[in-house]
Design a binder for this molecule. Structure first.
Ligand code: ADP
Ligand code: ASP
Ligand code: MG
Length: 402
């Protein structure tokens, strides 16, 4: 007998028919002799709808109240799924984040899981029930509800799998697995049989939202046996595994991230300490900076531009503008007209031609590059948002990923 954690995303439970479909799949796994913990997301677009509802009332609602609101989406799903399973004659119980002791830090809207008290889940499993847990939510030291960031139910599932030492954590979604790129952008994209934790972590962090990046981080840390597959068919999915167990490739996949803003700080004095002053101010205020570009100095002045997520752009501008005389710049400009397109592959280390081949693909497609960043297993470029899909296609073709 195995302990299996199965997570179903929003599209997999979007209406009564899909909830029944999930109930049948879960019951099949249970009847095959396994203990089953199920994690579910809010139905369909519920989370987006709740965000809109809040905006109608208070566009600057506090993060605490947003979490109180958004967590309700998952609470609906768990109750409905428990009811659906009960119609199939199997005992099931639904539990919220606080009921399963999902402890997080206090960063509302982007909380990190600190610990999970598995006792309640274990007791319910011992009673032969299917346990259904609300994804995406936890509780902080003030007993307030927190949420884990968009897409966070994947992380709930992996955390439970790690905490209970589950044999397998299956992430069920609306595509057959992890593809070489988003199959909605490139229909010829190929499903991967396996991908390493590091590659998946990069892909997820660079915009492949098929998995929440923190779920991969956690799966790697606790060595959780993890797969991604479709809730709508029985096809085998993609296994996410330790590096040493996955064959290296030059490029495993292409990712696109539209949540990018570029901030250009212009005409700074070309003297020591400027970059330190800018980025320490941003870091102190919890703003994550991604790609950084500094121009060559001219006549004692230089420009520094960098990217942040769109939601942080205004705050970053405010922080820097408030310190304009300390930093000594002339002008600051925000642009949200960019996307980041990246290639990821553990085999690209020590293979010098990879980046240039990516740039050639963009050149052939007449797409201009605004910024570049590289690491051992990725190359990212900033391109105009309008060109992003074409860039993904061109790069995908160039590396023959289909
Ligand atoms: P869920 O609601 O099940 O959590 P998500 O919408 O979060 O589903 O994630 C699934 C979606 O991720 C797919 O529909 C697909 O459009 C998108 N996606 C982005 N990149 C990839 C990729 N490399 N492979 C597969 N799907 C991807
Ligand atoms: N319901 C949340 C969201 O839409 C969490 C999730 O789906 O994983 O982001
Ligand atoms: Mg998701």
């Amino acid at each position: 007998m195995s302990l299996i954690v199965q997570k179903f995303g929003g599209s997999s439970v979007r209406d009564a028919e899909r909830v029944m479909n999930v109930a049948r799949r879960v019951v099949d796994t249970y009847k095959a002799g396994n203990s089953v913990v199920v994690v579910v997301s809010a139905q369909g677009d519920t989370t987006d709808d709740l965000i809109e509802k809040a905006k109608e009332i208070n566009p600057k609602a506090s993060k605490r109240e947003m979490d109180m609101l958004l967590s309700t989406g998952e609470q609906i799903s768990i109750a409905l799924l428990a009811m659906a399973i009960q119609t199939l004659g199997v005992n099931a119980v639904s539990l919220t984040g606080w009921q399963v002791g999902m402890k997080t830090d206090s960063k509302y809207g982007m909380a990190r899981i600190k610990s999970i008290d598995g006792e309640r889940i274990r007791n319910e499993l011992d009673d032969n029930k299917i346990v259904i847990v609300a994804g995406f939510q936890g509780i902080n030291k003030y007993d307030d509800i927190t949420t884990l960031g968009r897409g966070g139910s994947d992380t709930t599932a992996v955390a439970i799998a790690a905490g209970l030492h589950a044999d397998l954590c299956e992430i069920y979604t609306d595509v057959d697995g992890v593809y070489t790129t988003d199959p909605r952008i490139v229909p010829e994209a190929r499903k991967l049989t396996e991908v390493s934790f590091d590659e998946m972590l990069e892909l997820a962090s660079l915009g492949a939202n098929v998995l929440h990046n923190r779920s991969v981080e956690m799966a790697k840390k606790y060595n959780v046996n993890m797969s991604v597959r479709s809730s709508l068919n029985l096809n085998e999915g993609t296994y996410v595994k330790e590096e040493s167990k996955v064959e290296k490739t030059l490029v495993r996949g292409v990712a696109r991230d539209n949540d990018v803003a570029r901030i250009a700080v212009c005409n700074l004095k070309d003297e020591p300490g400027i970059a330190f002053k800018i980025f320490s101010l941003l870091a102190k205020n919890g703003i994550n900076v991604d790609i950084i570009l500094q121009s060559i100095g001219r006549e004692g002045f230089k420009d520094i531009s960098f990217t942040v997520s769109e939601s942080n752009a205004e705050k970053a501008e405010e922080i820097l503008t408030a310190e304009k005389s300390y930093l000594g710049f002339e002008d600051i400009k925000i642009s949200t007209n960019f996307s980041k397109v990246s290639i990821v592959g553990s085999g690209m280390v020590n293979n010098p031609g990879v980046a240039s081949k990516m740039f050639e693909a963009l050149y052939d497609a007449n797409i201009n590059i605004h910024m570049i960043a590289t690491s051992e297993i990725k190359v990212s470029v900033l391109v105009n948002k309008d060109n992003a899909d074409a860039a993904v296609k061109a790069i995908h073709d160039k590396f023959n990923l289909a």
